[in-house]
Design a protein. Structure first.
Length: 53
């Protein structure tokens, strides 16, 4: 769980950097995609672990 939160924080920082630095629009896209993907993977794994117990 700690790794998941760490990755979400890193992706959020990348998005903020992309917004602050005008020439790095691609960083917003990459950060947002990775943030969403990490969130979905974490949600799916949490649901799968919850059903096994």
């Amino acid at each position: 769980m700690g790794l998941l939160i760490g990755l979400l924080v890193i992706w959020a920082v990348l998005v903020v950097l992309g917004i602050v630095i005008k020439g790095l629009f691609w960083l917003i896209i990459v950060g947002a995609v990775l943030f969403v993907a990490t969130g979905v993977i974490g949600f799916v794994k949490r649901e799968a672990l919850g059903r096994r117990n």
